[in-house]
Ligand binder design. Sequence first.
Ligand SMILES: [Mn+2]
Length: 340
Amino acid sequence: MEFSNDKLEFLRELVCGAPQNVVIAAHTNPDGDAIGSSLAWAAMLRRRGHNVTCVVPNRYPAFLEWLPDIKDLKINKLHPAEVAAAVAAANSVYCLDFNQIPRLDGIGELIEKNEHAKKILIDHHLDPPHEYDIELSDPACSSTCFLVYKLIEKLGMAAEIDLPMAEQLYVGIMTDTGNFSHSNLSAELFRAVATLVERGLDIPRVNRLIYNSFSADRLRLMGYALSKMETVGADPHRVAYMTLTEAELRRFNFRLGDSEGFVNYPLSIRDMAISAMFIETRQFIRISLRSRPDVDVSEFARRYFDGGGHKNAAGGKSYEKMPATIERFKKAVEEFFVTV
Ligand SMILES: [Mn+2]
């Protein structure tokens, strides 16, 4: 999507204008795209003299720990007073890689309380609510990191992308595209990656850091989850699902981020339409959904599980117990394929 000149000028004034107190907020259970885009945008703003604080509701997964500047992130669960002070003092708040303020848990209320701060959305999820001062929303963009790259380019600042920024941006680009295997892979995206390589990006190194840095427990948990996978429905509407209860997670010394990516594997079965992963947390069951390109799981998540996301990668929640949730899921699947 092309953004209007008005929007870009508004952004340019904020970025190039007098130094401000800035907060960059990313979503709960922040992933590589949320963290990478926040850190890169923060680096760009800091060069222009802004006082930037990146905030997230809870911890990031361990496989991101090596990212440049990640230690500067303020995690609301661990440092609520610092997060509250930064948000209260902010002149502008950038919301990156999500568009629903409730996805920020407690930070959302802090942002709403600060009425004088400009609120800017930079995101690629569907259906942004119109409650921002400017929305730079592009659901056709494969990652928020790529969107940030494009904005930097449009502002004429691409020459300033250095190696740390290249790594931050690349992590979101690679993880949100499933290492360049999902949709929305454009020539423009690969040109952006080529630029990042010119700035010194070492792709095999980043691959190793992201994909080969897990614990043995995590691999065993994945094997366990896959071995319990069930399938329902018949071609062309086959659906696979996996479940993990809190007790099962404990057995494998579960750490946040360990289940990342499990949901993708069942789609490697020929003609599989949807893959679903149900993970029990203390408050609810978290549902991750992936689909074949022609099947819209964001619609499915919205309709049945109070969720949303992208066409082929979405999520939702259930407040029922696991067996009741699975029963509801099976019924939803049947109904969904009759009505699409
Ligand atoms: Mn994203």
